[in-house]
Design a protein around this ligand. Structure first.
Ligand code: NAP
Length: 243
Protein backbone atom coordinates (compact mmCIF):
# COMPACT_ATOMS: atom_id res chain seq x y z
CA UNK A 1 0.00 0.00 0.00
CA UNK A 2 1.30 3.44 -0.94
CA UNK A 3 1.24 6.04 1.81
CA UNK A 4 3.22 9.23 1.27
CA UNK A 5 4.84 11.72 3.63
CA UNK A 6 5.33 15.05 1.83
CA UNK A 7 7.91 17.29 3.52
CA UNK A 8 6.77 20.77 2.61
CA UNK A 9 7.01 24.47 3.33
CA UNK A 10 7.48 25.65 -0.28
CA UNK A 11 5.35 26.71 -3.26
CA UNK A 12 6.44 23.54 -5.08
CA UNK A 13 5.30 21.38 -2.17
CA UNK A 14 1.86 22.99 -2.45
CA UNK A 15 1.73 22.03 -6.12
CA UNK A 16 2.88 18.51 -5.25
CA UNK A 17 0.13 18.26 -2.63
CA UNK A 18 -2.46 19.26 -5.25
CA UNK A 19 -1.15 16.62 -7.69
CA UNK A 20 -1.25 13.92 -5.00
CA UNK A 21 -4.76 14.92 -3.90
CA UNK A 22 -6.03 14.98 -7.50
CA UNK A 23 -4.57 11.50 -8.09
CA UNK A 24 -6.22 10.21 -4.90
CA UNK A 25 -2.88 9.25 -3.32
CA UNK A 26 -2.96 8.61 0.43
CA UNK A 27 -0.59 11.30 1.70
CA UNK A 28 0.24 13.55 4.66
CA UNK A 29 1.72 17.05 4.27
CA UNK A 30 4.31 18.02 6.89
CA UNK A 31 5.08 21.60 7.97
CA UNK A 32 7.94 22.53 10.29
CA UNK A 33 5.65 25.09 11.93
CA UNK A 34 7.79 28.16 11.28
CA UNK A 35 5.02 30.50 10.12
CA UNK A 36 1.97 31.56 12.12
CA UNK A 37 -0.64 30.78 9.49
CA UNK A 38 0.66 28.17 7.04
CA UNK A 39 -0.99 27.93 3.63
CA UNK A 40 -3.96 25.49 3.62
CA UNK A 41 -3.29 22.21 1.77
CA UNK A 42 -5.56 19.74 -0.04
CA UNK A 43 -4.10 16.91 2.10
CA UNK A 44 -4.16 16.07 5.80
CA UNK A 45 -1.51 18.24 7.49
CA UNK A 46 0.82 17.60 10.43
CA UNK A 47 2.93 20.37 11.98
CA UNK A 48 6.26 20.39 13.86
CA UNK A 49 9.64 18.67 13.89
CA UNK A 50 9.79 14.88 14.17
CA UNK A 51 12.57 14.89 16.78
CA UNK A 52 15.64 14.24 14.65
CA UNK A 53 16.36 11.07 12.69
CA UNK A 54 15.09 8.77 15.46
CA UNK A 55 11.81 10.68 15.67
CA UNK A 56 11.40 10.58 11.91
CA UNK A 57 12.03 6.81 11.79
CA UNK A 58 9.46 6.29 14.55
CA UNK A 59 6.94 8.46 12.67
CA UNK A 60 7.49 6.62 9.36
CA UNK A 61 6.89 3.27 11.08
CA UNK A 62 3.90 4.38 13.18
CA UNK A 63 2.18 5.96 10.16
CA UNK A 64 2.96 3.12 7.76
CA UNK A 65 4.68 5.48 5.31
CA UNK A 66 5.95 3.78 2.14
CA UNK A 67 7.29 6.84 0.26
CA UNK A 68 8.76 10.21 1.33
CA UNK A 69 8.79 13.21 -1.02
CA UNK A 70 11.22 15.86 0.21
CA UNK A 71 9.89 19.12 -1.24
CA UNK A 72 11.50 21.33 1.40
CA UNK A 73 13.42 24.48 0.50
CA UNK A 74 16.96 23.81 -0.82
CA UNK A 75 18.33 25.57 2.29
CA UNK A 76 16.38 23.31 4.69
CA UNK A 77 19.40 21.02 4.67
CA UNK A 78 18.98 19.53 8.14
CA UNK A 79 15.53 18.18 7.30
CA UNK A 80 16.83 16.84 3.98
CA UNK A 81 19.80 15.12 5.67
CA UNK A 82 17.47 13.59 8.25
CA UNK A 83 15.20 12.36 5.46
CA UNK A 84 18.09 10.58 3.72
CA UNK A 85 19.22 8.91 6.95
CA UNK A 86 15.75 8.19 8.34
CA UNK A 87 14.37 6.70 5.14
CA UNK A 88 17.41 4.45 4.77
CA UNK A 89 17.00 3.26 8.37
CA UNK A 90 13.26 2.64 7.99
CA UNK A 91 13.49 1.08 4.52
CA UNK A 92 11.26 3.79 3.04
CA UNK A 93 11.68 5.08 -0.52
CA UNK A 94 12.78 8.72 -0.82
CA UNK A 95 12.72 11.26 -3.62
CA UNK A 96 13.53 14.98 -3.50
CA UNK A 97 11.55 17.43 -5.60
CA UNK A 98 14.38 19.88 -6.15
CA UNK A 99 14.50 23.08 -8.15
CA UNK A 100 17.38 23.86 -10.50
CA UNK A 101 19.66 26.51 -8.99
CA UNK A 102 19.51 29.92 -10.68
CA UNK A 103 22.16 30.62 -13.31
CA UNK A 104 23.46 34.12 -14.08
CA UNK A 105 22.44 35.47 -17.48
CA UNK A 106 23.25 38.51 -19.61
CA UNK A 107 23.25 41.66 -17.48
CA UNK A 108 23.41 39.92 -14.11
CA UNK A 109 26.00 41.24 -11.63
CA UNK A 110 26.19 38.27 -9.24
CA UNK A 111 28.84 37.39 -6.69
CA UNK A 112 28.61 33.77 -5.55
CA UNK A 113 29.52 33.09 -1.90
CA UNK A 114 29.60 29.72 -0.13
CA UNK A 115 27.69 30.69 3.01
CA UNK A 116 26.30 33.47 5.21
CA UNK A 117 29.75 34.54 6.45
CA UNK A 118 30.83 34.91 2.84
CA UNK A 119 27.81 37.12 2.16
CA UNK A 120 28.64 39.36 5.13
CA UNK A 121 32.23 39.72 3.90
CA UNK A 122 31.09 40.46 0.33
CA UNK A 123 29.12 43.50 1.50
CA UNK A 124 32.38 45.22 2.51
CA UNK A 125 33.14 47.87 5.11
CA UNK A 126 31.40 50.94 3.68
CA UNK A 127 27.74 51.32 4.73
CA UNK A 128 25.29 50.24 2.02
CA UNK A 129 21.54 49.87 1.61
CA UNK A 130 21.01 46.12 1.47
CA UNK A 131 17.93 44.06 0.60
CA UNK A 132 18.58 41.05 2.83
CA UNK A 133 16.24 38.51 1.24
CA UNK A 134 17.16 35.50 3.37
CA UNK A 135 14.13 35.11 5.62
CA UNK A 136 14.08 35.45 9.38
CA UNK A 137 16.20 32.63 10.75
CA UNK A 138 19.77 33.67 9.89
CA UNK A 139 19.67 37.42 10.44
CA UNK A 140 22.09 37.33 13.37
CA UNK A 141 24.87 36.35 10.93
CA UNK A 142 24.75 40.00 9.78
CA UNK A 143 24.94 41.46 13.31
CA UNK A 144 28.71 41.75 12.81
CA UNK A 145 28.11 44.23 9.97
CA UNK A 146 25.85 46.78 11.68
CA UNK A 147 27.05 49.66 9.46
CA UNK A 148 24.64 48.66 6.66
CA UNK A 149 20.96 49.55 6.37
CA UNK A 150 18.99 46.33 5.91
CA UNK A 151 15.63 45.89 4.27
CA UNK A 152 14.06 42.56 5.29
CA UNK A 153 11.07 40.75 3.83
CA UNK A 154 9.41 38.46 6.36
CA UNK A 155 6.30 36.27 6.31
CA UNK A 156 5.23 37.22 9.86
CA UNK A 157 5.85 40.49 11.77
CA UNK A 158 8.88 39.97 14.04
CA UNK A 159 7.97 39.27 17.67
CA UNK A 160 11.50 39.76 19.05
CA UNK A 161 13.71 42.81 18.42
CA UNK A 162 15.67 42.38 15.18
CA UNK A 163 19.38 41.56 15.74
CA UNK A 164 20.36 44.38 13.33
CA UNK A 165 20.38 48.03 14.47
CA UNK A 166 19.46 49.57 11.11
CA UNK A 167 16.79 47.28 9.74
CA UNK A 168 13.30 47.70 8.38
CA UNK A 169 10.97 44.78 7.70
CA UNK A 170 8.25 44.55 5.08
CA UNK A 171 5.76 41.76 5.73
CA UNK A 172 4.85 39.75 2.65
CA UNK A 173 4.50 36.16 1.50
CA UNK A 174 5.67 35.00 -1.97
CA UNK A 175 5.38 34.33 -4.82
CA UNK A 176 6.52 37.85 -5.81
CA UNK A 177 6.44 39.65 -9.16
CA UNK A 178 9.02 41.76 -10.98
CA UNK A 179 7.06 45.03 -11.00
CA UNK A 180 6.50 44.81 -7.24
CA UNK A 181 10.12 43.92 -6.52
CA UNK A 182 11.44 46.68 -8.83
CA UNK A 183 9.31 49.21 -6.94
CA UNK A 184 10.49 47.82 -3.58
CA UNK A 185 14.16 48.13 -4.57
CA UNK A 186 13.72 51.68 -5.90
CA UNK A 187 11.55 52.93 -3.04
CA UNK A 188 14.11 51.76 -0.48
CA UNK A 189 17.11 52.99 -2.53
CA UNK A 190 18.62 49.51 -2.39
CA UNK A 191 22.25 49.26 -3.58
CA UNK A 192 22.84 45.50 -3.23
CA UNK A 193 20.76 42.36 -2.70
CA UNK A 194 21.69 39.32 -0.64
CA UNK A 195 19.78 36.15 -1.53
CA UNK A 196 19.97 32.38 -1.24
CA UNK A 197 20.28 30.44 -4.48
CA UNK A 198 16.87 28.86 -3.96
CA UNK A 199 15.96 28.45 -7.64
CA UNK A 200 12.34 28.27 -8.74
CA UNK A 201 9.95 30.93 -9.95
CA UNK A 202 8.41 32.26 -6.74
CA UNK A 203 11.49 34.13 -5.50
CA UNK A 204 13.15 34.93 -8.83
CA UNK A 205 11.48 38.31 -9.33
CA UNK A 206 14.03 40.13 -7.16
CA UNK A 207 16.86 38.88 -9.40
CA UNK A 208 15.10 40.03 -12.56
CA UNK A 209 14.36 43.39 -10.93
CA UNK A 210 18.03 43.67 -9.87
CA UNK A 211 19.14 42.99 -13.46
CA UNK A 212 16.76 45.63 -14.81
CA UNK A 213 18.04 48.18 -12.30
CA UNK A 214 21.70 47.17 -12.78
CA UNK A 215 22.07 46.24 -9.11
CA UNK A 216 24.64 43.73 -7.79
CA UNK A 217 23.47 40.52 -6.08
CA UNK A 218 25.35 38.45 -3.50
CA UNK A 219 24.06 34.92 -4.01
CA UNK A 220 24.61 32.29 -1.32
CA UNK A 221 25.35 28.77 -2.61
CA UNK A 222 23.18 25.87 -1.48
CA UNK A 223 24.25 23.78 1.49
CA UNK A 224 25.33 20.22 0.75
CA UNK A 225 22.85 17.36 1.12
CA UNK A 226 23.83 13.66 0.83
CA UNK A 227 23.14 12.00 -2.50
CA UNK A 228 19.50 11.02 -3.05
CA UNK A 229 17.10 10.43 -5.91
CA UNK A 230 16.07 13.81 -7.36
CA UNK A 231 13.08 14.82 -9.49
CA UNK A 232 12.72 18.20 -11.19
CA UNK A 233 9.00 17.97 -12.01
CA UNK A 234 5.75 16.81 -10.41
CA UNK A 235 5.35 14.35 -13.28
CA UNK A 236 8.67 12.66 -12.44
CA UNK A 237 7.55 12.22 -8.84
CA UNK A 238 4.17 10.80 -9.87
CA UNK A 239 5.89 8.33 -12.25
CA UNK A 240 8.23 7.27 -9.41
CA UNK A 241 5.21 6.62 -7.15
CA UNK A 242 3.57 4.51 -9.86
CA UNK A 243 6.75 2.52 -10.56
P1 NAP B 1 16.03 22.81 8.56
O1 NAP B 1 17.01 23.74 9.18
O2 NAP B 1 16.52 21.89 7.53
O3 NAP B 1 15.28 21.94 9.65
C1 NAP B 1 15.47 22.07 11.03
C2 NAP B 1 14.48 21.15 11.71
O4 NAP B 1 13.14 21.63 11.49
C3 NAP B 1 14.48 19.75 11.14
O5 NAP B 1 15.54 19.00 11.68
C4 NAP B 1 13.11 19.29 11.56
O6 NAP B 1 13.05 19.07 12.96
C5 NAP B 1 12.26 20.52 11.32
N1 NAP B 1 11.68 20.58 9.97
C6 NAP B 1 12.13 21.23 8.87
N2 NAP B 1 11.29 21.10 7.84
C7 NAP B 1 10.26 20.29 8.29
C8 NAP B 1 9.07 19.81 7.70
N3 NAP B 1 8.74 20.12 6.42
N4 NAP B 1 8.27 19.04 8.47
C9 NAP B 1 8.59 18.74 9.77
N5 NAP B 1 9.70 19.19 10.38
C10 NAP B 1 10.52 19.97 9.65
O7 NAP B 1 14.80 23.63 7.95
P2 NAP B 1 14.53 25.21 7.88
O8 NAP B 1 15.53 25.80 6.95
O9 NAP B 1 14.38 25.73 9.26
O10 NAP B 1 13.13 25.21 7.14
C11 NAP B 1 11.94 24.96 7.86
C12 NAP B 1 10.77 24.94 6.89
O11 NAP B 1 10.71 26.18 6.18
C13 NAP B 1 10.85 23.85 5.84
O12 NAP B 1 9.57 23.31 5.68
C14 NAP B 1 11.31 24.57 4.58
O13 NAP B 1 10.82 23.95 3.40
C15 NAP B 1 10.70 25.94 4.78
N6 NAP B 1 11.47 27.04 4.15
C16 NAP B 1 12.78 27.21 4.46
C17 NAP B 1 13.49 28.23 3.83
C18 NAP B 1 14.96 28.44 4.11
O14 NAP B 1 15.53 29.38 3.55
N7 NAP B 1 15.61 27.63 4.93
C19 NAP B 1 12.84 29.08 2.93
C20 NAP B 1 11.48 28.87 2.65
C21 NAP B 1 10.81 27.85 3.28
P3 NAP B 1 13.27 17.63 13.64
O15 NAP B 1 14.75 17.37 13.56
O16 NAP B 1 12.74 17.80 15.01
O17 NAP B 1 12.49 16.64 12.81
Amino acid sequence: MTRVLLLGGTTEAGRMARALADAGVDAVYSYAGRTEAPVAQPLPVRVGGFGGVAGLVAYLRAEGISHVIDATHPFAAQMSRNAVEGCAAAGVALIALEREPWQAGEGDRWTHVPDLAGAVAALGEAPRWVFLAIGRQNLSAFAGAPQHHYLLRLVDPPTDPLPLPRAEAVIARGPFDVAGDRALLKDHRIEVIVAKNAGGAGAEAKLVAARELGLPVVLIDRPLVPERRVARTLGEVMAWLDG
